[in-house]
Design a protein around this ligand. Structure first.
Ligand SMILES: [Zn+2]
Length: 264
């Protein structure tokens, strides 16, 4: 499933004028990918597409993301930057959000059976963590949770979980020993995050999806009897499930802008 059908329908009505498209841009530590929705179909392309701003666009990146401005995305080299300008856009995005939060929302939306609570843990150049409860993004203390040793994180400058298992802090080739340590420390972080019982944990991120999908099974074993662990529901072509979360937020913005339209 590329998009939940209800979301695809809403997006289609969003682009009511033939030939218009909406798109979302996902910036990560290693690459930028856009997802374009046009005539009911999602197409993934490399890089931003500022020339296709169409009827709207959304943007996501690591760090604190507010109204297209980004703070503390050390893996991208962005701190207090108008990211949309950096990407060549002439106007602010209609929607912008943190990448782990967008991916968590996307993972939740892509599931046939949506759990009451879902914890997203994404290992890419960094460790991203986000929580969805009843369809809403809520704060969770995962990637910068403290108590994981003396190695300092570029972001919080403390010995957090990200400094142990974020991709930029890991060796290029992971040994079995490295993988065991990643899974054990991540499980400790999840158990320490005070999340509700019956939360579904989704382990994804570029490092897991592209290079080490076996980490999902290893974490499942480690958390056996405590939390269910699932792999990403995003299609292979997508960088992550973030595009789904961004498209959903775009439709919410449109809905809020034009409440009268819903009745006609
Ligand atoms: Zn940190």
């Amino acid at each position: 499933m590329t998009l939940p059908s209800l979301l695809a329908q809403t997006l289609t009505s969003y682009c009511a004028t033939p030939g218009t498209a909406v798109h979302v841009v996902e910036v990560g530590g290693s690459s930028v990918q856009s997802a374009i929705f046009e005539a009911g179909v999602v197409t993934f392309v490399d890089g931003p597409v500022p020339e296709a701003s169409g009827e709207g666009y959304a943007f996501t990146s690591p760090g604190l993301v507010i109204d297209g401005r980004v703070w503390g995305a050390t893996q991208v080299g962005w701190d207090d930057i108008d990211a949309w300008r950096e990407l060549g856009y002439r106007r602010r995005p209609d929607v912008s959000m943190n990448d782990a939060e967008a991916a968590a929302l996307g993972e939740w939306l892509l599931r046939e059976e949506r759990p009451n609570s879902l914890l997203y843990a994404g290992i890419g150049t960094g460790l991203g963590g986000a929580m969805i409860i009843d369809g809403e993004v809520v704060p969770v203390d995962l990637s910068h949770q403290l108590g994981f040793g003396d190695s300092l994180c570029d972001g919080c400058r403390k010995g957090c979980l990200n400094a142990q298992i974020g991709g930029q802090y890991l060796p290029t080739d992971l040994s079995q020993h490295d993988k065991r340590r990643i899974v054990e420390q991540l499980a400790t972080g999840i158990n320490g995050a005070r999340i509700p019982p019956h939360t579904v944990v989704v382990l994804a991120g570029g490092l897991v999806r592209r290079s080490h999908p076996d980490l999902v099974g290893a974490l499942r074993e480690q958390l056996d009897g405590v939390f269910a662990v699932e792999a990403s529901a995003a299609p292979k072509a997508a960088k992550s499930a973030a595009y789904v979360g961004l498209f959903e937020r775009l439709t919410e913005v449109r809905r809020a802008e034009a409440p009268a339209r819903q009745d006609t």
